[in-house]
Write a protein that binds this ligand. Structure first.
Ligand code: NAD
Length: 252
């Protein structure tokens, strides 16, 4: 029961990595605030937490809208009085295209969810953590936050921004007992990255992507969740400002 009595917020918790992390934190005794723009997905996650005997709440939030993120943190403060752990995980990939063919709308949407969403999250979570004397934040970046990803300029820019924000905020708040890290997943099988669907659209691409990873396979959701839980645990008590690749050796 590593996270017993902890109040934990996870954004993008209605699917994939965020859902699995929510279930894992709840299993370890945490009270999980499941947040997502997708109400159906969020309520499904909550139902799964409760079916497993865990504790959770759902609060619908669009992380790209500052007033909604502010309202989310106010609700958490009013209802629970604290926020021990925040996982800013909500993200979108956007359509793929080369740089000159990338639509302005794509740029704006991807940057607003993936980059502004993380900034809005930390901007509103940190005052609560400062007031209570500590906390932990994990932001979900990507290997595309550490290296280029052709045909995904907005995604790559947004995930590099997550790494920069993580390091900057970590340095600012380290002395206040607040640790801030990021995980950088490689292609991980989830609703966002479905190799079978990709194979139908672009034959042979999943095999090429897999071949580029030294471990010769895609990531599993549980492997990303394992890194998130470790970073949020006391076992990582001296780790802050890091962007941890969980990538089968790709960035090595
Ligand atoms: N799956 C991968 O291969 C992979 C690789 C690297 C990084 N990531 C990152 O991991 C995170 C989780 O991805 P996933 O694979 O679980 O994808 P997913 O699509 O299964 O989950 C993303 C969740 O974010 C939610 N979301 C999207 N826009 C939102 C918004 N504006 N406000 C609130 N919620 C919003 C979606 O509704 C969804 O529930 C993302 O940040 C993604 O960029 C994923």
């Amino acid at each position: 029961m590593e996270f017993n009595k902890k109040i934990i917020l996870i954004t993008g918790a209605g699917s994939g990595i965020g859902r699995a992390a929510s279930l894992a934190f709840a299993k370890e005794g945490g009270t999980v605030i499941v947040s997502d723009i997708n109400e159906k997905g969020g309520l499904e996650t909550l139902a799964q937490i409760e079916a497993a005997g865990g504790k959770g709440f759902f609060i619908k939030t669009n992380v790209a809208v500052f007033s909604e993120v502010e309202a989310l943190m106010k609700k958490i403060k009013d209802q629970f009085g604290r926020l021990d752990i925040a996982v800013n995980n909500a993200g979108i990939s956007g359509p793929t295209a080369r740089t000159i063919d990338t639509a302005l709308d794509t740029w704006e949407q991807v940057m607003s969810v993936n980059a502004s969403g993380v900034f809005y999250g930390m901007k509103t979570q940190l005052p609560i953590m400062l007031e209570q004397g500590g906390g932990v934040i994990v932001n979900t970046s990507s290997i595309a936050g550490l290296r280029g990803l052709p045909n995904a300029i907005a995604y790559s820019a947004s995930k590099h921004a997550v790494v920069g924000m993580t390091k900057t905020a970590a340095m600012e708040y380290a002395r206040h007992n607040i640790r801030i890290n990021a995980i950088c997943p490689v292609f991980t099988v989830s609703p966002m990255f479905d190799p079978a669907a990709l194979e139908k659209v672009k034959k042979g691409i999943p095999d090429k992507l897999k071949a580029s990873i030294p471990m010769k396979r895609f990531g599993k959701i549980e492997e990303q969740v394992g890194a998130i839980l470790w970073l949020c645990s006391d076992k990582a008590s001296f780790v802050t400002g890091q962007a941890l690749p969980v990538d089968g050796g790709l960035t090595a």
